[in-house]
Design a protein around this ligand. Structure first.
Ligand code: NAD
Length: 433
C-alpha cells in the first residue's frame, strides 16, 4: 500500500521504517528540514537499537522516502499516519496544535480517498474534531475516514515492539477504515483490537497511567521497606510472580521520566477535570513521582550536610537505558539541584551526552567515560541503569576520592559493595554497614 507518515520523531520514524519493512511504500514528511536532510543521508536522528539498519535497507529498496514537501508525501497515499508531537500545555493538558496543522495540510492537498490514522497520543474526542477539521478544509471531492491507532512502543526497544507488540489498537467508526488498517497491519501478525474511536484514545492514556501507577506504587512500597527493614527488590520479585500482577514496571527507583508518562498522566488528570471528575489516584501517582525525583539529593545532604565545593559524579542522563532521549529525564532536576547546592558536577552517559549538552546546566563537566567521571569525586549518583554501569567491576568506584555511591536504580548487590568497602545507598533495601 502507499502510505504517508507525518512527523519523523521517535514514533513517526519507527512507524515509517517498520511499515516499509513489511512491504509498504512509505513517504515520511517533517517540517524539520535538518532532520529530513539527515535521514536522507541514511543516518537516524534518534538512538534506537536496530533502527538505522532497517531504515537504510528499506531506503535502498525504494520503499522508504523522506521529504519536507507535503505534496510529494501525500501524493497517491491511501493511508496517512499523523505522528507529530502533542506536548504538555501550561495547564497540563495535551497541546494538539501540531496535529491540527497536519490535518489542515492533509485536507487541502489530498486528491484521492484516504484513511487518516492518528498515531499521536491525543485526548479523547480529538479524532472527532480532526474529522470535522478535515471535512471543513477539503479542497477536492474525496472521502476521508479517521481512525485512532495509538502507539505503545517503548523507547530503547521500539523496533522489537513494532514487530512483536502485544496488540495493535484500532478505533474507527466504519468498516472501510477497519479493513484498510487490517490490511496495512496484517504482515505484522500482531492481534488487532478493534474498538470505537473514543475508547481507543482512552486505551492509550489509561495504559500509560496504569504503568505510571505501578511505578509510583512500588516506590511507595520501597519507602516503607526502608523503614521496616524489608528489601523492595525481593518484595517486587515475589509480587510479580503472581500473574495477576506481573514483573514489569515494579522496579523501585527515582521515578519515571520521558516524553510520555509525565505528560500523559497530567493530560488524563486534566481530561478528567474537564468532565468534572477528580482523578485522585492519578494525582497521587504524579505527586509521588515528583517527590521521588529529588530523593538522592536529599540522601546526599543527609550524608554530607553540605555539598558545597564537593565533586559529585552523575552516571546516566537519559530518562531510561538504551535511548538518548532526555525529555523529562530525572537527571535534569538532579543536576540542577546539585549545581544550586554548590557542587561541581561531572556527568557521563553512554549515548545521551550530545543531547544532554544542549539541555543541562552549562556549569556541568562531561566526562568521556565512567572512569574519568569518577576520578577525584566525593560521591557518585547512578540515575540510569545502563548495562555498562550494571556490568562494571565495582572496583571502579574505589578510585574515587571517597567511594560513596547513591544508586537510584539498584544496580549492585549491597553485600558486594559492603565487601568492597564501598559506602553504598540504594533504594528500598537495607543498608549493609
Ligand atoms: P517527537 O517530538 O520526537 O516528533 C514529532 C515530530 O513531528 C518532529 O520531528 C516534528 O518536527 C514533527 N512535526 C511537528 N509538526 C509537524 C507538522 N505539522 N508536519 C510535519 N511534521 C511535524 O515526538 P514523538 O516522541 O515521536 O511523539 C509523537 C506522538 O506519539 C506524541 O503524541 C507522543 O505522545 C506519542 N507517543 C510517543 C511515544 C514515545 O516513546 N516517544 C510512544 C507512544 C506515543
Amino acid at each position: 500500500m502507499k502510505i504517508a507518515v507525518i512527523g519523523t520523531g521517535y514514533v513517526g520514524l519507527v512507524t515509517g521504517v517498520s511499515l516499509a519493512e513489511i512491504g509498504h511504500h512509505v513517504r515520511c514528511v517533517d517540517v524539520d528540514v535538518r532532520k529530513i536532510e539527515q535521514l536522507r543521508t541514511g543516518k537516524v536522528t534518534i538512538w534506537e537499537p536496530g533502527l538505522e539498519e532497517l531504515m537504510v535497507k528499506n531506503m535502498a529498496k525504494g520503499r522508504l522516502y523522506f521529504t519536507t514537501d507535503y505534496e510529494v508525501a501525500l501524493e497517491q497515499a491511501q493511508v496517512i499516519y499523523i505522528a507529530v508531537g502533542t506536548p504538555e500545555s501550561e495547564d497540563g493538558s495535551a497541546n494538539t496544535q501540531f496535529v491540527e496543522q497536519a490535518a489542515k495540510q492533509i485536507a487541502t492537498m489530498i486528491r484521492d480517498d484516504v484513511v487518516v490514522v492518528m498515531k499521536s497520543t491525543v485526548p479523547v474526542g480529538t479524532n472527532d474534531r480532526i474529522y470535522q477539521l478535515l471535512q471543513e478544509n477539503l479542497k477536492h471531492n474525496v472521502r476521508v475516514d479517521v481512525a485512532s491507532n495509538p502507539e505503545f512502543l517503548r523507547e530503547g526497544s521500539a523496533i522489537e515492539d513494532a514487530f512483536r507488540g502485544d496488540r495493535i489498537v484500532v478505533g474507527a467508526n466504519n468498516l472501510k477504515a477497519f479493513e484498510m488498517l487490517e490490511e496495512v497491519n496484517k504482515p505484522f501478525g500482531i492481534p488487532i483490537f478493534k474498538t470505537d474511536i473514543r475508547s481507543a484514545e482512552m486505551i492509550k492514556y489509561a495504559s500509560n497511567a496504569f504503568l505510571a501507577t505501578k511505578i509510583s506504587f512500588i516506590n511507595e512500597i520501597a519507602n516503607i521497606c526502608e523503614r521496616v527493614g524489608a528489601n523492595v527488590d525481593l518484595v517486587a520479585q515475589g509480587m510479580g510472580m503472581d500473574k495477576r500482577i506481573g514483573h514489569p514496571f515494579l522496579k523501585a527507583g527515582i521515578g519515571y521520566g520521558g516524553s510520555c508518562f509525565p505528560k500523559d498522566t497530567k493530560a488524563l488528570i486534566q481530561l478528567a477535570g474537564n468532565v468534572a471528575y477528580d482523578f485522585k489516584l492519578l494525582e497521587g501517582v504524579v505527586k509521588v513521582n515528583q517527590e521521588r525525583q529529588t530523593i538522592l539529593v536529599e540522601r546526599l545532604l543527609e550524608r554530607f550536610h553540605s555539598i558545597e565545593g564537593k565533586q559529585i559524579t552523575v552516571l546516566g542522563l537519559s530518562f531510561k537505558p538504551n535511548t538518548d532521549d532526555m525529555r523529562e529525564a530525572t537527571s535534569i532536576i538532579i543536576t540542577e539541584s546539585l549545581i544550586q547546592l554548590g557542587a561541581h558536577v561531572v556527568c557521563y552517559d553512554p549515548v545521551a551526552m550530545d543531547n544532554a549538552k544542549g539541555i543541562l546546566n552549562t556549569e556541568i563537566t562531561f566526562a568521556s567515560n565512567m572512569i574519568e567521571a569518577l576520578g577525584n569525586s566525593d560521591a557518585a549518583l547512578i540515575l540510569t541503569e545502563w548495562d555498562e554501569f550494571k556490568e562494571v567491576d565495582v572496583q571502579v568506584f574505589k578510585q574515587m576520592k571517597s567511594p560513596i555511591v547513591f544508586d537510584g536504580r539498584n544496580c549492585y548487590a549491597p553485600e558486594v559493595m559492603a565487601e568492597m568497602q564501598i559506602e553504598y545507598y540504594s533504594i528500598g533495601r537495607p543498608n549493609i554497614p
